[in-house]
Design a protein around this ligand. Structure first.
Ligand code: GLN
Length: 454
């Protein structure tokens, strides 16, 4: 995989940092362990993985795609990093991403764009475009992403790979650079549903270092994939969300989606159309809640504690150094969100904006509850279009935000959701993703359907 990275990454630019030395020494340790007659630490021991640069790992930089953290080396490992290393997984390096995970195309990275291996002129999705591109380009068989509003699932869809957002709290957030704490969730990315399930079981589970971590066993997703692989979905009810179709959806995406639904029906599932009327407001609510939490979380980048410090010449005041550093350290999308969030949280506007958005969040949860009284899982296209050309949406934040139309409701509810490749688009031949959603902690249902479909 290191050779493959050397060959193709100059064109793909999935990686921001390749940890050659530590990857080789981890791999050697696994080999020696096995040569000594020991059981491998896990079924994934020795398997290489690409780590999104929002997750800390000692001995490598963590930039979060931002100039603000250029050169910063974390003094500790994220819980999921520790778990993967203990399982013998070999971490190849850190992958490119939209700055602070804000974006849908990886074009907001301060370190250049990542190219979609299917067509180097197109975006690999975002914010975790580096992780998904690394999988699609065969630079790594496993990757880690984080998903706040779709950043695992949408890059998965447009690169033809599998991406899973676990239940909120199902995977520890300790050691992840925070964007929107009530939404951020790390999860597995892979080329097959089984690979994703195996990685899910390694990273999942309760963590005392994360106050929102759920104190429950990791769902038995590997077993669910085994069962699903038998291809029998009789007795299962699949809901098709009526609101996720129509204007704005590529014809090629809808053909692929409808065919996927027919395939689920052929596997024995009962298909039921459901209406979730408040999903229409999910995007608007998200773009108040996520920026509000971001404006608060990113206050810690004060030029004193982490990363770069600009203009500390003994003349300028601490406040001047702080504002100069933030002016230079943050890119335009991050600044836009800090501004929106600060405004939405200001006294006098709080109820009208943040408060209303939280009420919408509750209505969306209620839509899900009503739907899950009738069906076991919900399906939709993962994203309304296939990978768009690099540069097409950079001047139009609203068009960029629309990439997350279908992924945001499950994020707001804290529910698990995943994207699996469906048939390539009949109009442009590019990958399309099928999104499968399930109630909180019901990952096994979701994986079973994904495995049966795959
Ligand atoms: N694209 C969405 C945003 O820009 C989601 C990002 C994410 O999930 N991290 O906020």
């Amino acid at each position: 995989h290191l050779d493959r990275i050397a060959d193709v990454d100059p064109a793909v630019h999935a990686f921001l940092h390749v940890s050659t030395e530590s990857a080789l020494s981890q791999a050697r340790a696994v080999d020696e362990d096995i040569a000594a007659g020991n059981q491998p630490a896990s079924a994934l021991a020795g398997v290489p993985l690409a780590l999104k640069d929002v997750v800390t790992m000692q001995g490598a930089p963590t930039t979060v795609g931002s100039k603000m953290l250029e050169g910063w080396q974390p003094p500790y490992d994220a819980t999921i990093t520790t778990k993967m290393l203990e399982a013998g997984i070999v971490i190849l390096g850190k992958t490119n991403m939209d700055e602070f995970a804000m974006g849908s195309s990886t074009e907001n990275s301060a370190y250049g764009v990542t190219h979609n291996p299917w067509d180097l002129g197109r975006i690999p999705g975002g914010s975790g475009g580096g992780s998904s591109a690394a999988l699609a380009a065969f630079e790594a068989p496993l990757a880690i992403g984080t998903d706040t509003g779709g950043s695992i699932r949408q890059p998965g869809a447009v690169t033809g790979t599998v991406g899973v957002k676990p239940t909120y709290g199902g995977v520890s957030r300790y050691g992840l650079v925070a964007f929107s704490s009530s939404l951020d969730q790390a999860g597995p990315c892979a080329r097959t549903v089984m690979d994703a399930a195996m990685l899910h079981e390694v990273i999942g589970g309760h963590d005392l270092l994360d106050a929102t971590s759920i104190n429950q066993p990791v769902p038995a997703v590997v077993q669910a994939v085994r069962e699903g692989s038998l291809g029998d979905l009789r007795g299962l009810k699949v809901g098709v969300v009526k609101e996720f179709s129509g204007k704005g959806y590529d014809a090629g995406v809808m053909v692929s989606f409808n065919e996927a639904v027919e395939q689920l029906r052929a596997l024995g599932a009962e298909i039921i159309e459901v209406s979730c009327p408040h999903f229409t407001y999910a995007l608007s609510a998200y773009y108040l809640i996520a920026p509000s939490e971001c404006s608060s979380n990113l206050a810690r980048f004060d030029a004193m504690r982490y990363g770069i410090r600009i203009g500390d010449d003994g003349e300028r005041s601490a406040e001047e150094v702080m504002s100069l550093t933030r002016e230079i350290g943050f890119g335009p999308e991050v600044k836009r969100r800090i501004m929106i969030g600060t405004y939405a949280l200001s006294s006098g506007y709080y109820d009208a904006y943040y408060g209303s958005a939280q009420k919408v969040r509750t209505l969306i949860k209620q839509d899900f509850e009503a739907a899950y009284e009738k069906v076991d899982v919900l399906v939709s296209p993962t994203t309304p279009t296939t990978a768009f050309p690099i540069g097409e949406r950079t001047d139009n934040p609203m068009a960029m935000y629309l990439a997350d139309l279908c992924t945001i409701p499950a994020s707001l509810a804290g529910h698990p959701a995943m994207s699996v490749p469906s048939r390539l688009s009949a109009t442009d031949g590019l990958p399309v993703g099928l999104q499968i959603m399930a109630p909180a902690l019901q990952e096994t249902r979701m994986y079973r359907v994904a495995a049966a479909y795959e």
